[in-house]
Every structure is written in structure tokens, then in C-alpha cells.
Design a protein around this ligand. Structure first.
Ligand code: MIC
Ligand code: SF4
Length: 856
């Protein structure tokens, strides 16, 4: 089944022309990333040579994906926007809310019971608004996307940081917060700072124990958790074309761990094979026809230093397997040095659990290579010394590897097959342990290993490695074992050695699946009712955040000065808290509970300036809110690293925290804060972090002149009567300042939609006055045009309306106007675009119809 083939066709038809124009304007050969970005400019975005790391640019992504834990908030926001149906192909995937405990069947059943209310909500919202729905058990979002939706040269966004996985099929796929998804689903432009470009040249060929995962483990070691911030990592070179598409996906997936905006690879035969292998031969044939546009220009790859901001070279032939961790994904250790590191750091050498699979590493290739080791363990009479779990990424993979006997091989080795879901990767793991605080080691083929992430235990040392290395360690049960060189003693007391893993990229008998778990939405969902029980503990309708008062802020208290790593897991923990992802007030009770207080080095213990006592962060903040006292959070580098969860921004906002001041932000989190109307600011002088004292009263003295590229000034009034005045930076552009003033991006959007609706009511046709957007057509428009060709009558009827009055343009127009925050003008200007207004409803209906048709 090929989804949205018309959209892909239309995109490929338009891509060469768009790229040629962009090349002319930029004035030099283009990287793949630039080709994809320039080919996806929003219709209202003027084509120019954008400044990397500087220009804010409006894009029109081809599709949106959301997973259950983030979709709840995204869709609650979408519903409040008043748009009848998504205007861009979108999907929801139920994967995060499934608790791993006893094995796939039982766990799925239990989770569907425990989270039925949420799954039903997501299903009915999807049905109503034209969103494809993947049921619990269908698989993990990124594996399902690469198997069904990703296509070379496409652009998508997803409400999960590992959306980047689709780079394995040559997409620019970017993780975002739910509010961004709302923009795209509503047909508005999606804004992104034009990324910098990091080129990674791969030479040589993988062999033996080394796997694709080791490429990204190595890159993470080189670039660290913030080295990719604001950049796209583009892989190329002769080594790149030797890697399978899913191997490329693994590399791109974990690119989220270096903060990269995304990672991607040029289209090659391996991608074509994967498309054909997953029953998308039509897409492969289309891609083949435009293949020179689906990779960087030859001049770029011949002289990468001239075209990328940074270039890294890795020789796959000499690359060693790596193990990264514990507690951070960028502590990269080659396998030859791992045993000595384990000993030198006193990490627990006994391995308790090895976990393979997840969205990062669960291809047929991964599973078959790991199964070859499991088979050896059986053949060589070795008993696995550690527990071992397997998480298939999708039902397609699970069904196929079960059919081909791999799952039973794992089970013979003592492995437990978990549901096709995130499970232990996101703390949805009811781990069998007698002491939840014991110091212990686990190893996974996942991507993240922050403290407490997998099992909530701060003393679990989680290491990340390839599935092959993970399986070998699970057999050995000992982290000082080197599978490449060492022997193990089997049940008969003999010394045996594991041979190199072997596997195949594709199932020799092809992929198969009985029930992929997909539900197409209703063609017309207008009659579907979505109701939220006001007494629900899991779901809560959203109330808009209050707009900015227009005044400077004075007398803010310091809620917490966070020390060191403060990831989104520290700000809004996952695991058991995932159950409240649709209930903002309930989930706010975990706000910042993982952050370390600089003043006492404890987590979830801050001093209240009301009582002088120390207490939990959420309760302290709620007391401030109740007393009408505003607060600020201060933090370190790369604040908000990790997940795309906008809860990490919405919760502080909901609890009354006004500003987050840090040394640096992770990209998605900074945007999420801005979108939710928070003030996200950075120290102009990092050392000023030290000036904050526990009892400070903080004043913002020039917020009333908040403007792009202009520093803000804070006065710290210390309890001894002394003061410090400090400068802070921000990256808000004029539009984003509009979000701040309105209270949130959503507030502003709702205002604009209301204004455009009002204009629809009051205006009369004046077609000729509509100004034509200067730049290119959005991909969607091309789809419409293509479709039109097949029904000539309609072409005549629709062409003007479609051209001039797409809701997208109306929305964009209104957005632009509203950004100037002249409410009166909005109405006036929109009213002069009378044609736009009168045709709006009709056009919207037509588009909606078409997008529904495109769904399978
Ligand atoms: C993760 O891997 O951390 C998650 C859970 O998938 C998150 C999304 C979430 O918090 O819901 C992510 O990566 O964005
Ligand atoms: Fe799920 Fe883990 Fe992948 Fe996030 S990284 S989508 S939690 S499997």
C-alpha cells in the first residue's frame, strides 16, 4: 500500500524546477539538505539566499506524524484552533503508552485497558479530523513512518525528537513540539531558523562486529550532545552508499542525541531496494527518475569543506564497535577500551539486562544479526547470563521475524519479546528487581540513556550499543568481556568464542504482516463528536494562557537554579507520568523534579521564599502561584536537551513560571518555550549564572521594549540589599514576540482564524485585488493542480479559487498581518482580499475532500 502517492508525484514533478531556481539564487552548487529545504518553501516565503543559522524561513512540510504521548497535547491544541480537517497528510501512532512487564500479548492487553480512554480519544480525534491512526501494537512511530511514509527528498515534521529517523530514506524529517504540528496541520507556514550544515563523509565498508549504530555512537563522541545544535548533518561518500536504508535510519535517529535539527543521506540503490522491499515500487520508480535532485551536487561532495560549515570523515573499514554511556549518549568508548573504563570508573561490571530493538534499531537486518548470535549461544551451549528483551519496531517486522524463526531463537536463549512499542526505552518498564535503587548496569540498542530514563532508578548505569554488541553482552553477562577477542565458558565448562554476527538486509521471502494495525479516517468526520469527561484524570481540555500584561515584571523569585544536565526528562519525567500527558494540571506535578538544585545539590528540593522551608519543586511553585508571585528558572548548558515533549514548556507556563534563563538551549525546547508564551533567554555573560542567589528578587526592567536582536536587562536584588544588573540575550523575531505578547502562539493563531472567519462573513468578492504571493507554490498546491488535470471541467471552475484562496494563504496572510499586532488592520486588510474570503470555505472543503481521498 502506498500512501499519498499523488503528493509524492507532485513533489517530484516540481522539485527540479525549484532546485534550479534556488541554485541560481544561492549562486553555487547545493547540498542535499539545501535542495530539500529550498524545495519546501512555503508559498508565501520569498526565495532568497538564506543565512545559515540566521534567517528564519517559512516552510511547507509534506506531512506530520504524532505519537500518542505528544499527540494528546498537539490535538487538544489543534481542536481549539477551529479547523475542520487537517490540511496536510498526518498520522497518529500509539506506541509510548504501552507498559512492558510480562511480554507482548499480556502487556498490550493491560495497556489498552489502562489507557483505553486516551487511545479512544486519539482514535476519534483522528477519525474526525482526517488523520491516519495506527493502533496500539502497530509499532513505534519512526519505524512505521520509514516503512510506509518516508520518501527521498521529502520534508516532514513529527512530535517526537526521533522523527529524524526518516533521514534514512533521504528525507529532511524534523522533531517538533505539538504547537508546531498544529501550524502545519492547519495549513500555516512552519518556521525554522535555516540550519547550518555539517557534512559527514563516510569511506570504506562495515564488516564483522561493526554496525551502522557505531557510526552514530562515534559521531556522538565527536560532536557531543550539543555539537549538532541548529545543524543538519548530511552523510555522503562511498561508505554511505554501502549502508542499508534502515542502517542509515539508525544513524539519523540517534542524531537527535547530538542536538542536530536532523540528519539525512542522498538517495541511492539501498533506498530504492528498501522502498521496493516495503511494497513501494512506485515511489522508487519516481525517485529514480529525479535521482540527481535527491542527492547533493557532485561539486559539493568533491569539495565538502567549501560547502559545509564543518566536515567530519569516518572510515567504516577501521571503525570499531562502540559502547556509549553511562548517563549520557556522547560518552563514546571503543570496545577495545571498554573493559578498562568499566574497571577504572567502578561501574557495575555485572550486566543485569540487555535490551534490543526500539525505534532506533529494529530492522530485519538488526534482528537477523542479533539472532545469529543467539543461535550461536544455543549451538555452543552457552546460557545467557543477563536478562534479554526484544522490542520489535513494528508489526511488519515482528510478524516477519517471527515467521522466519528469529523470535523463537531469542526465546530459546531466554529472551522475552515485548510489544511493538517504546516500553523500556521511555521508562514504561515494570522491571523485575528486588531493589529499585540498587547500583546496576544495563545495556540497550536504544538511543538515550539519561539517569532514571529506563527504569526510574538513578543508579542504573545504562549503556548504548548496537544490537549485536548488546546481544553478545547479554550472553556474557559481564561488561568487562570483549566479544571481539575474548572467550566464554559454556555449560559444559568449555571455552568458546562467539563468531562475528551475520544477517541479511531483507527477508528472503519478503516482508509480511497479517494486520498492520492501521485505521483510515472517515471521509467526512464532521458528525463525529469528541468529548472529554470533565472529571477525567487523563485528559483535560486546554484553557488559553493569559496574554502578557504589557508591563515589566518585578519581584520574581528564583524557583530553582538547576545545576548541570537538565534534559526534558528532568523537566517533565516520562515513565509513569506518561499517563498524564493529556492532562496539563496533573502532569504539572512532576515539573522539574529531576533537576538538581545548585544550592543543595538535591533533586526536587527548593527553598520557598514564602515559608523559608525546602520543599518539592511543583508544590513550592504552586504556592507561589496561589500567592500571585511570579518566578524564574535558571539553568546550565543545553537546557531542555532530549525529547520534543512540549509539556516541558507548558507545565512551567501553567504553573506560573515566567522565564527560563540558561547558558544555552536545545533547539526544540527553546521553540516550545517560545510557542507557549514563555520568555526563553540566555546569559550574555555565562558567568552571571553565579550571581543568582537563592533569596533573590528579580526585576525585568526593559521588557516593555522587547524587540528582535535587543538584549534585555535584569536586576537581581539580593537579600543583603546589594544588587547585580545583568544582560540577557534572546532569539525572538518579531513574529515570535507576537506569540509572547498574545500569551502563546496558539492564542495568536486562534485570533487570526477568528479574524479571518469574521472577514469571510463581512467581505464581498474582489478577486482582482488579491495579491499573488511572490514565491513558489506550496507542494500542496501542486497536488491540487495535478489532480485538476484529470478533471478538466473542474479545472476551469476551481483554478482561480484554488490559486488565489487556499486557506493556507489566508492563514498566512492573516498571520503576517496579525504579527504586526494591528488588530484593526487585520480586519481591514483581510477584507480587501475579498475574493480570498468568499472562496475560503468552498476551497477548504475541496482540499479536505482531496486529502481524504489520498488516504488509503
Ligand atoms: C523520547 O525518546 O524521549 C520520547 C519519549 O520519544 C520523546 C517524546 C516524548 O517525550 O513523548 C522524544 O524523543 O521526543
Ligand atoms: Fe519510543 Fe524510545 Fe524511540 Fe522515543 S526513542 S520513540 S521512546 S522507542
Amino acid at each position: 500500500m502506498v500512501f499519498d502517492l499523488d503528493m509524492i508525484k507532485a513533489h517530484y514533478a516540481a522539485m527540479p524546477g525549484r532546485i534550479a531556481k534556488a541554485r541560481k539564487v544561492v549562486g553555487k552548487p547545493l547540498t542535499l539538505s539545501e535542495k530539500i529545504l529550498y524545495a519546501h518553501l512555503h508559498s508565501s516565503q520569498k526565495l532568497e539566499a538564506f543565512g545559515r543559522g540566521k534567517s528564519y524561513v517559512d516552510f511547507a512540510p509534506d506531512r506530520v506524524a504524532m505519537q500518542d504521548a505528544t499527540a494528546q497535547m498537539a490535538l487538544l491544541q489543534f481542536m481549539s484552533g477551529g479547523i475542520p480537517k487537517v490540511l496536510v497528510p498526518s498520522t497518529v501512532h500509539c506506541d509510548h503508552l504501552i507498559l512492558a512487564k510480562d511480554g507482548a500479548k499480556q502487556d498490550l492487553k493491560d495497556s489498552v485497558t489502562a489507557s483505553g480512554e486516551v487511545f479512544n480519544f486519539l482514535e476519534s480525534v483522528s477519525n474526525k479530523y482526517g488523520i491516519g491512526f495506527w493502533r496500539p501494537g502497530a509499532g513505534i512511530i519512526h519505524q512505521v513512518v520509514i516503512e510506509n511514509y518516508a520518501f527521498p527528498g521529502g520534508m516532514m515534521i513529527g512530535t517526537d525528537s526521533h522523527t529524524v529517523n526518516a533521514g534514512g530514506l533521504g528525507m529532511v524529517a524534523i522533531g517538533v513540539g505539538g504547537a508546531d504540528a498544529v501550524d502545519v496541520m492547519s495549513g500555516m507556514a512552519w518556521e525554522l531558523k535555516f540550519p547550518k550544515l555539517i557534512g559527514v563523509k563516510l569511506t570504506g565498508k562495515l564488516s564483522g562486529w561493526t554496525a551502522s549504530k557505531d557510526v552514530i555512537l562515534k559521531v556522538a563522541g565527536i560532536l557531543t550532545v550539543k555539537g549538532g545544535t541548529g545543524a543538519i548533518v548530511e552523510y555522503f561518500g562511498p561508505g554511505a552508499t554501502t549502508l542499508s536504508a534502515t542502517g542509515k535510519g539508525t544513524i539519523c535517529n540517534m542524531g537527535a542525541e547530538i542536538g542536530a535539527t536532523t540528519s539525512t543521506f542522498g538517495y541511492d540503490d539501498k533506498m530504492g531496494d528498501y522502498l521496493r522491499g516495503t511494497k513501494r515500487a512506485e515511489v522508487a520508480a519516481l525517485a529514480d527518475k529525479v535521482k540527481e535532485h535527491l542527492t547533493g551536487d557532485p561539486e559539493v561532495y568533491a569539495n565538502p569543506e567549501k560547502y559545509f560549515d564543518e566536515v567530519i570523515e569516518i572510515n567504516l573499514s577501521t571503525l570499531e564497535p562502540h559502547v556509549n554511556g553511562p548517563f549520557t549518549p556522547d560518552r563514546a568508548i571503543p570496545i577495545s577500551k571498554f573493559a578498562s573504563e568499566v574497571k577504572a570508573n567502578n561501574w557495575p561490571a555485572r550486566l543485569e539486562v540487555g535490551l534490543i530493538g526500539s525505534c532506533t534499531n529494529s530492522s530485519y537486518e538488526d534482528i537477523s544479526r542479533s539472532a545469529s548470535l543467539a543461535q550461536q549461544a544455543i549451538d555452543k551451549n552457552l546460557k545467557a547470563k543477563a536478562e534479554f528483551t526484544i522490542t520489535p519496531g513494528s508489526e511488519l517486522v515482528r510478524y516477519t521475524v517471527e515467521r522466519d524463526g528469529f523470535l523463537s531463537t531469542f526465546e530459546k536463549m531466554g529472551g522475552v519479546v515485548l510489544a511493538n512499542a517504546c516500553g523500556p526505552c521511555i521508562g514504561q518498564w515494570s522491571r523485575h528487581t528486588n531493589d529499585p535503587n540498587r547500583k546496576n548496569s544495563i545495556i540497550t540498542s536504544f538511543n538515550r540513556n539519561f539517569a532514571k530514563r529506563n527504569d526510574g532508578n538513578p543508579n542504573t548505569h545504562a549503556f548504548v550499543a548496537s544490537p549485536e554488541i548488546t546481544t553478545a553482552f547479554a550472553i556474557a553477562g559481564d561488561l568487562t568481556f570483549n566479544p571481539l577477542t575474548d572467550t566464554l565458558v559454556n555449560e559444559a565448562g568449555q571455552s568458546v568464542k562467539l563468531d562475528e554476527p551475520k544477517g541479511v538486509e531483507f527477508p528472503p521471502r519478503g516482508f509480511d504482516v497479517k494486520d498492520p494495525g492501521y485505521l483510515a479516517p472517515a471521509k467526512d468526520g464532521s458528525q463525529i463528536k469528541v468529548s472529554i469527561d470533565p472529571n477525567s484524570k487523563r485528559l483535560q481540555a486546554l484553557a488559553p494562557f493569559a496574554p502578557w500584561s504589557g508591563k515589566n515584571w518585578t519581584g520574581l523569585k528564583l524557583l530553582i537554579k538547576a545545576k548541570g544536565k537538565c534534559t526534558t526528562d528532568h523537566i517533565s519525567m516520562a515513565g509513569p507520568w506518561l499517563r498524564f500527558r493529556g492532562h496539563l494540571d496533573n502532569i504539572s506535578d512532576n515539573t522539574l523534579t529531576g533537576a538538581t538544585n545548585y544550592f543543595n545539590e538535591k533533586t526536587d528540593s527548593v527553598k520557598s521564599q514564602i515559608t523559608g522551608q525546602h520543599g518539592p519543586v511543583p508544590a513550592t511553585q504552586r504556592a507561589y502561584k496561589a500567592a500571585g508571585i511570579s518566578t524564574i528558572v535558571v539553568g546550565d548548558h543545553n537546557y531542555g536537551e532530549g525529547s520534543s515533549r512540549e509539556h516541558a514548556a507548558m507545565q512551567p507556563r501553567h504553573l506560573g513560571i515566567k522565564a527560563i534563563l540558561v547558558k544555552s538551549f536545545a533547539r526544540i525546547h527553546e521553540t516550545n518555550l517560545k510557542k507557549q508564551g514563555m520568555l526563553a533567554i540566555t546569559f550574555a555573560n555565562e558567568a552571571d549564572y553565579n550571581k543568582f542567589q537563592e533569596d533573590d528578587n528579580i526585576d525585568f526592567v526593559d521588557l516593555t521594549s522587547f524587540a528582535p536582536d535587543k538584549q534585555l536587562t535584569l536586576v537581581l536584588n539580593h537579600s543583603d540589599g546589594s544588587k547585580d544588573t545583568i544582560k540577557v540575550n534572546h532569539t525572538y523575531n518579531a513574529g515570535q514576540i507576537g506569540w509572547f505578547k498574545a500569551g502563546s502562539a496558539l492564542n495568536l493563531m486562534a485570533k487570526q482564524i477568528a479574524a479571518s472567519k469574521a472577514a469571510v462573513k463581512t467581505s464581498t468578492p474582489a478577486v482582482k485585488k488579491v495579491s499573488k504571493p511572490a514565491a513558489k507554490k506550496s507542494p500542496k498546491k501542486v497536488v491540487k493542480k495535478t489532480a485538476k488535470k484529470s478533471s478538466p471541467k473542474k479545472v476551469v471552475k476551481k483554478s482561480k479559487a484554488v490559486k488565489k484562496s487556499s486557506p493556507k494563504k489566508v492563514a498566512k496572510k492573516v498571520k503576517k498581518i496579525a504579527n504586526k499586532s494591528a488588530k484593526k488592520k487585520v480586519v481591514k486588510k483581510v477584507a480587501t482580499k475579498k475574493k480570498v474570503a468568499t472562496k475560503k470555505k468552498a476551497t477548504k472543503k475541496k482540499i479536505v475532500k482531496k486529502s481524504a481521498k489520498r488516504k488509503k
